[in-house]
Every structure is written in C-alpha cells, then in structure tokens.
Ligand binder design. Structure first.
Ligand code: NAD
Length: 243
C-alpha cells in the first residue's frame, strides 16, 4: 500500500468526499474534516474514516486533525487540503469585503494552517505529500468570482513557495486546479440550463468532471508514482485552461 494515513478537509461533499472514498478503497486510513457534521457522520459510517467536525480557518481544527491521525493511526503520510467556499458577488455589492475576508480565511488561511500543522507529523514519517485543491479560477478570471479567483490564485503561489521550502525534507506540496466539477459548489450553475450549456461549450471535452476524476489526480500526487513531483499545479479541467 502506497499511502497509509491521509487527512482530508472538506471531506463531507464533492471532491473531498470522492477523495475519502477512493483512498479508503485503496487501503488508506482516513481522518475526514468538515463543518458539516451530518454528512461527515454518514461518510464515516461507510468508510471507517475518523470524523472531525471543525472549521479549517482555525488553528485548532488543523492541530486536532494531525493529532487524530497520529493518535489513531500512528502516523501521517498525506494531507489533502481541499475545503473551500465560493461566492463573493459583485465587488460593489453590500458586504462584498466581508465575504472576501471569509473566502480568504477558508481558502487561503485554511491552507496555510493545514500545511503548518502537518509538517511535524510528515517529518516524523520521513516525508510526505500535501495536495491542495486550487481551481482553474486561480489561473484566470470569470465574471463575479473575483474574490474566489484571488483566493485560488493565492494558494497556487502558497503551494509553490512552500514546496521549495520543504522539498529537502522529502515533503512534496502540489495542487490540482479543477475545472467544472459536478458538486454542491456548482449546483447553482446546473440549475440554469442555458448558462450550464454555455459554460460546457467552452470545455474542449464538452463535459464536466465527476468528483472522482479529481480524486484520481489527488491520489497520483499523493502516491510514490509522483515521488519527483513538487511545486506543480495540475489542471484537471477537460482542456479548459488550454484554450
Ligand atoms: P462542495 O461544496 O461539494 O464541498 C466542499 C466541502 O467543504 C463541504 O463539505 C463543506 O462543508 C466543506 N467546508 C466549507 N467550508 C469549510 C470550512 N471552513 N472548514 C471545513 N470544511 C469546510 O465543493 P467541491 O466542489 O467539492 O469543492 C472542493 C474544493 O474544490 C474547493 O476548494 C473548491 O473551491 C474546489 N473547486 C471546485 C470546483 C468545482 O467545479 N466543483 C472547481 C474548482 C475548484
């Protein structure tokens, strides 16, 4: 077995959930972190993951995530920092800067805290892999997603810088940049068929990703198959960013 113990944030839904399922199927032991207690409990019942209800923008959640992995499973090999929120709305709309602050707290601060918390346990394992979920929105712009775009661009350079800092310790840090993936986050797009079809037309593969297609690339980056890969951002987007 290549990945023994993994912690996944944003584990209760979408890409995080698919990641928990895929890693558990392949024999990994999982700590699953999310704010959504109800969905997290269902996931744990099926896949034996240790649930942690918590907000990734707090130091405490990230510290407990690592403590749980070490206490329950004796080590930590991989951390998937996937929790994220969208929204933002128009820059001039009421409350826009408060929403911006929250998006940055979850998407960027949460990622930095997760990396920071994981380092001692990964060192103790002789190295490890951190995979961050960025977005194609971090590579380019879309209407009304300025706050989300900014957060996802920030995590890309967070990943690159941290990858350089910890590479010598055999700690690899990479990101995926998903394109449109059918999850709760994108349910609003699907609910408008005309908009959804216009969006799909822009994707060279002419379809959205299934969450599992993102999880497969996360698995690759976590696995020994990617042992010489660090500091990269892999678009998983059906060719969208090649346009
Ligand atoms: P999702 O909404 O289905 O799942 C996100 C999960 O994160 C939810 O279970 C939610 O409860 C959890 N979460 C939110 N805030 C949290 C917090 N503060 N602490 C802990 N958990 C929290 O969305 P998804 O599409 O699976 O998104 C996963 C990641 O993929 C996000 O970072 C998102 O930005 C990114 N992404 C998604 C798409 C897409 O098309 N779905 C595209 C690009 C990037």
């Amino acid at each position: 077995m290549s990945v023994q113990v993994v912690a996944v944030t944003g584990a209760a839904s979408g890409i995080g959930r698919a990641t928990v399922e895929l890693f558990a199927e392949r024999g990994a032991q999982v700590v699953a972190v999310d704010v959504n207690e109800v969905e997290l409990d269902k996931l744990s019942d099926v896949h034996g993951a240790i649930p942690l209800v918590g907000d990734v923008s707090t130091e405490q959640t990230n510290a407990v995530m690592v403590q749980l992995a070490v206490r329950e499973f004796g080590r930590l090999d991989t951390v998937v920092l996937n929790a994220g929120i969208g929204g933002g709305g128009a820059l001039e709309s009421p409350g826009a800067i408060d929403r911006f602050d929250r998006i940055l707290a979850v998407n960027v601060r949460g990622t930095a805290l997760g990396i920071r918390a994981a380092l001692p346990a990964l060192r103790a394992s002789g190295g490890g892999s951190i995979v961050v979920t960025s977005s194609v929105s971090g590579l380019g712009g879309d209407p009304l997603t300025w706050a989300y775009n900014a957060s996802k661009a920030a995590v890309i350079n967070l990943v690159r810088g941290a990858a350089i800092d910890f590479a010598v310790e055999n700690i690899r840090i990479n990101a995926i940049a998903p394109g449109l993936t059918a999850t709760a986050l994108t349910a609003g797009v699907v609910s408008d068929p005309a908009f959804a079809s216009a969006v799909t037309e822009r994707i060279p593969q002419r379809r959205w990703a299934a969450p599992r297609e993102q999880a497969e690339v996360i698995w690759f980056l976590a696995s020994p198959a990617a042992s010489y890969v660090t500091g990269v951002v892999i678009p998983v987007d059906g060719g969208l960013s090649a346009n």
